[in-house]
Design a protein around this ligand. Structure first.
Ligand code: COA
Ligand code: ZN
Length: 307
């Protein structure tokens, strides 16, 4: 049996949310088409958040109408509160992503709630989603380190994950929102959780701020995790998490997993078109490490042989 992994493309949401250049709905729709053409089947294209807080996501409902529709595409919308959940539900999303940060400060900056208020708000959304038949994934954001308060105890992240499962979350995503974690911490957090809940219920969401995302992704894969977020070209950063750079680049994650024998169904050559569109739309250079290597091979007249 072939071992496969799911890569959930979050570039259109996490990637674009703090880009200073406004990206049109049309450009976003073209990027989504290119991603799907490259084999991406899981996408988080939008968040239903306050347009004052995140202007780049103000067209969430309009973009939703423009996304490719096929039975094999799995879309998620991020929701920060009950109002966002209702908007995502009304827009037809079958899965929503909830956010719970690990500290009071981070929850306050991100959601204008304390940690306890944010946890209770997640519990309310989870029970509404259960009634509505909508699948849920709760992000434990700042699971390794908080952008404001520093390192986060392993036990705190674990207890928030347990609390969200107890409240009915189908999946939990362990998110290194600022790229402040390391592989050892990944193991310390995930190994006991996986023993308790099974690897199939976890996502890992990584930012490559300090260059450890690939090592952490592999640590998670080694523990049995097969679901990952990533962002085309490494686009991204959180407007409420100072210092965070982009997500782990989708193309680098595809290369890591495929070269190690895990099928992703995503074609790196195909991703290049989506990345070029995203670079044009955001007016900034984009691309993970593997793209530089491919370009250097091509410059020498060689075909980049990936695996
Ligand atoms: N979507 C759109 N508008 C929303 C909303 C949502 N999910 N939640 C609240 N609003 C609107 C309210 O309707 C209200 O509008 P009004 O001023 O026209 O009456 C306004 O926002 C304030 O509502 P309130 O409930 O007091 O929200 P707040 O000011 O406490 O802000 C959030 C809370 C969650 C809406 C805001 O902090 C936010 O959108 N954060 C997003 C953070 C984010 O995207 N982080 C990155 C991903 S993790
Ligand atoms: Zn992120």
């Amino acid at each position: 049996m072939t071992d496969t992994a799911i890569i959930n493309e979050v570039g259109l949401r996490d990637g674009l949310q703090n880009q200073p250049v406004p990206v049109s709905t049309d450009a976003k729709a073209r990027i989504a088409d290119a991603l799907v053409n490259a084999g991406v089947r899981y996408l988080e294209p939008v968040s239903f958040v306050s347009p004052k807080a995140v202007p780049q996501m103000a067209d969430a409902a309009a973009l939703t109408e423009r996304l490719p529709r096929r039975d094999d595409l799995h879309y998620t919308a991020l929701v920060p509160n009950l109002k966002g959940y209702q908007l995502a539900r009304d827009a037809g999303y079958p899965t929503v992503a909830l956010v719970l940060s690990t500290t009071d400060t981070f929850n306050q900056r991100n959601l204008n709630m304390s940690l306890e208020q944010a946890a209770a708000s997640c519990e309310t959304i989870l029970s509404a989603a259960r009634e509505d038949g909508i699948a849920t994934r709760t992000y434990i954001s700042g699971a390794f380190a908080c952008p404001y308060d520093g390192p986060v105890p392993v036990a705190l992240t674990q207890s928030l994950a347990e609390r969200m499962f107890a409240a009915g979350s189908d999946e939990v995503a362990i998110a290194d929102t600022i790229g402040g974690g390391n592989p050892r911490q990944m193991k310390d957090i995930m190994a006991p959780l996986i023993r308790e809940f099974g690897a199939g219920r976890f996502y890992v969401h990584l930012h490559d701020t300090r260059g450890l995302a690939a090592a952490m992704a592999w640590e998670a894969a080694d523990l049995g995790v097969r679901r990952f977020d990533a962002s085309l070209g490494g686009l991204g950063g959180c407007p409420f998490a100072p210092g965070a750079t982009g997500n782990m680049a989708t193309e680098d994650l595809v290369y890591l997993l495929e070269s190690s024998g895990l099928k992703t169904g995503i074609d790196i050559q195909g991703l290049r078109e989506a990345i070029a569109l995203a670079a044009e739309a955001t007016e900034r250079p984009l691309g993970g490490r593997i793209l530089s290597w491919m370009a250097s091979q091509e410059k020498q007249g060689k075909t980049a042989c990936l695996w």
